[in-house]
Design a protein around this ligand. Structure first.
Ligand code: HEC
Ligand code: HEC
Length: 335
């Protein structure tokens, strides 16, 4: 059984434990008595197996290849063209090894000094590991951050090809969140700085990836409308929606579509546009709650509190058990 330091720390499964000696032994079997030369975080008397387990935890956490020890070279000095017993595991020449040592001390501190001191634990045996943050990649930053960096560096084409590459390599694992919302966030951020063509291209890529998801198509339509709105005004944007609507799949033009666009305008201080859009939304969907609620907010913002309360009261007449409307009414009426 794996006992001792490494297993207490990393709690790796038995399978990885079994594989250790074959990875480590070419280096170590020659002199079993030899101590490791340069351990600063791990206990100096750690067994070969436990050390191997920790190193395999590093590989797994960072998504490095275990095959033929290739992943070890991310941190250790050596060369795939030379026998492994010539590799210099004790050397600190690689910055990645020096950083990994800091990481190991950090993980140790999180587990021993912080998690262990919680008053109760969901699971007292649960440990933070490299995988907790790295989830199978060396750079633990989230998809949105990585794509935005690519965009800033090389524009929309670079951002899109980075997305394709990451999706090709990591889809299905824990490493990146490939749900549609991430690209929507990035496209919206592009729109925020006025780069509408890029934003629409990003949203269109998302539609390519999720061709049948209304929730992904909606932001694409919203960005098209917003571009038109900026160039030709709010009436032109609403006309464009009327033209597009018959072509769009069911559910794309939902109450949330114009609602989102209206509140974007509102947040930008463009209240006449916001009002026009939210009013049209209420005309389109009088029987849905969202457009009614938004109208109540708009009216209150204009100082027309009585009309705002009326909208909610009328809604509640028709839907007496609607908690959200009831609670909003309580709030708007005040103490
Ligand atoms: C993510 C970086 C990283 C990877 C990948 C990694 N190691 Fe390490 N390794 C370290 C660090 C950091 C230490 C030093 C730990 C300390 O100071 O306590 C170390 C120490 C060692 C030592 C002890 C060297 C000595 O004499 O001081 C050996 C042996 C070793 N690693 C083997 C391996 C093997 C084999 C692999 C591949 C299966 C591997 N390591 C993968 C970071 C890594
Ligand atoms: C609490 C989250 C967290 C945990 C746990 C964690 N890391 Fe990291 N790691 C990071 C972050 C964040 C960075 C990027 C730091 C930077 O450069 O700004 C990073 C960077 C690294 C790097 C440098 C990568 C490079 O390309 O330069 C290595 C190597 C590394 N971690 C190894 C490990 C190992 C090994 C473990 C487990 C012992 C581990 N990390 C656990 C958050 C974590």
């Amino acid at each position: 059984m794996p006992t001792g330091f490494a297993s207490r720390f990393y709690r790796l499964n038995i399978l990885s434990f079994v594989g250790v000696s074959s990875l480590i032994s070419p280096v170590l079997a020659q002199d079993r008595a030899a101590q490791f030369e340069n351990l600063q975080v791990l206990p100096p008397d750690i067994s070969q197996n436990d050390l191997g387990e920790v190193m395999l935890g590093n590989l797994r956490g960072l998504g490095l290849r275990r095959l033929a020890g290739e992943g070890c070279l991310f941190c250790h000095v050596g060369d795939m063209e030379r026998p492994r017993d010539t590799w210099d595991y004790a050397s600190d020449d690689k910055p990645t090894k020096r950083k990994a040592r800091v990481m190991m001390a950090m993980v140790q501190a999180i587990n021993q000094d912080h998690l262990a001191n919680l008053e109760t634990r969901i699971d007292p045996t649960h440990r933070v590991t490299c995988y907790t943050c790295h989830a199978g990649r060396t750079d633990p930053r989230p998809l949105a951050t990585v794509l935005w960096e690519a965009y800033e560096a090389g524009g929309i084409d670079t951002a899109q090809s980075r997305y394709d590459a990451l999706r090709g390599r990591y889809f299905g694992g824990d490493a990146y969140d490939f749900r549609g919302g991430v690209l929507v966030g990035i496209a919206t951020r592009m729109a925020d700085r006025g780069a509408f063509d890029d934003a629409i291209a990003m949203a269109a890529l998302n539609v390519e990836v999720f061709p049948s998801e209304a929730a992904v198509k909606r932001p694409w339509v919203r960005l098209l409308l917003e571009r038109t709105l900026n160039v030709s005004g709010v009436a032109a944007a609403l006309d464009e929606l009327d033209r597009m609507e018959p072509e769009l799949a069911e559910g794309v033009v939902s109450p949330g579509l114009l609602d989102a666009l209206g509140w974007r305008m509102f947040r930008q201080g463009r209240k006449p546009e916001a009002t026009a859009i939210l009013s049209r939304n209420l005309e389109k969907f009088p029987e849905e709650y969202i457009p009614n609620e938004s109208m109540a907010f708009i009216l209150r913002d204009r100082g027309e509190l009585e009309s705002a309360l009326q909208v909610l009261e009328q809604w509640l007449d028709k839907h007496p058990n609607h908690d959200r409307a009831r609670q909003l009414l309580i709030n708007m009426r005040g103490g």
